[in-house]
Design a protein around this ligand. Structure first.
Ligand SMILES: *Cc1c(COP(=O)(O)O)cnc(C)c1O
Length: 345
């Protein structure tokens, strides 16, 4: 006899490290290095790491609340938005309860569902996009949480504002809707639903945001949640591993909020490059849905392995899913040129 992990943990796949690539377009990272002002704030914070961080990230929490014009109590900072999502599941579900989300969507959703012990109900996408009617139909007495990944990872699609509002209006009051807006900053179409007014006046909805993508702080692990239901931020505070958001991450996030104009220029470069990639890939005959994020999805089907091979031959990594398709992050203009020439073969 020896000790064993419980079945649902033992059944999870082990982490497989990504192959080193010359041009890494596999993880939807911001391709630009941190701003000098952010590096400076990190350097200053580095001088204080003998002390534990402010566990509630109060200064940053106030800044985020000010940015969205909500009360500080409506906001919780956490060690990445994925961690916050898991904490919300811990706090709002019993083992065996159901969680509904679209599929294919963010790869981490099934993992955190299994870790927490909720049953994942995966509702197939329709034309690469979240099918909100089908999701509504999938809600049962046992559903406690619904996730809407908007824009969706890996397809880049996003739901229209009126559709999402109608969905939020229709979801039962005792089911919590998590709107995962990891890529919200890359939305430039006013028809697309995003932002804090989606959750205004709702007790059963929250907005999950991250500093990992548009703000370029992926390695620092920092994100936040906003909700009018004060139990959400409070529960994230209670379930957090104490001190998991470092002083350095908090300082970098504050410096990034101070530099939003500079960061917005980078986001605009990414969205214009996204349009260029989409146009060129379609001209080459590939099926590419409209993306509202910092990546494009190539619905390559059985050609996916060949595409992976062409990219790999010049040292580019994307994120491929079997014979379904491949997600490629929008890189710098030079990286995107290299990517397009590799696709041409
Ligand atoms: C990248 C990503 C996140 C961000 O996760 P962090 O933990 O904040 O780095 C969250 N949701 C989706 C859909 C993502 O793609």
């Amino acid at each position: 006899m020896t000790t064993h992990p419980i079945d649902r943990i033992a059944a999870l796949p082990a982490y497989v490290p990504g192959k080193p690539a010359k041009v890494k377009l596999a993880s939807n990272e911001n391709p630009f290095p941190p701003l000098p002002s952010v590096i400076k704030a990190i350097a200053v914070a580095a001088g204080e790491i003998n002390r534990y961080p402010d566990t509630a990230s109060l200064e940053l929490r106030d800044r985020v609340a000010g940015k969205y014009r909500v009360l500080p109590e409506q906001v919780a900072i956490g060690a990445g938005s994925l961690t916050i999502g898991e904490q919300i599941l811990q706090a709002f579900t019993h083992e065996g309860d159901e969680i509904v989300y679209g599929w294919r969507s963010f790869e981490a959703y099934p993992l955190v569902s299994a870790v927490v012990g909720v049953r994942a109900i995966q509702v197939p996408l329709r034309e690469h996009a979240y099918d909100l009617d089908a999701m509504l139909a999938a809600i049962t007495d046992r559903t406690r949480v619904v996730i809407v990944c908007n824009p969706n990872n890996p397809t880049g699609t996003a739901v229209q504002r009126d559709q999402l509002v109608a969905f939020l209006d229709a979801v039962p009051q005792d089911v919590l809707v998590i709107i995962d807006e990891a890529y919200g900053e890359y939305i430039d179409d006013p028809q697309i639903a995003s932002g804090v007014d989606l959750i205004t006046g709702r007790q059963n909805a929250c907005l999950l945001k991250t500093f990992s993508k548009a703000y370029g702080l992926a390695a620092l692990r920092i994100g936040y949640v906003i909700s009018e239901n004060l139990d959400i931020a409070a529960s994230v505070g209670k379930t957090a591993m104490p001190f998991s958001v470092s002083t350095i991450a908090q300082a970098a996030a504050i410096a990034s909020l101070d530099a939003e104009n500079e960061l917005r220029d980078r986001v605009e470069l990414t969205t214009s490059e996204r349009a260029r990639l989409t146009t060129e890939l379609r001209a080459l005959g590939w099926t590419v849905p409209d993306s509202h994020a910092n990546f494009v999805w190539i619905d390559a089907g059985s050609d996916t392995p060949e595409l992976v091979r062409r990219l790999g031959a010049v040292g580019i990594s994307g994120r491929a899913f079997g014979e379904e398709g491949i997600r490629v992050t929008v890189g710098t203009p030079d990286e995107n040129d290299l990517f397009l020439s590799a696709v041409r073969g």
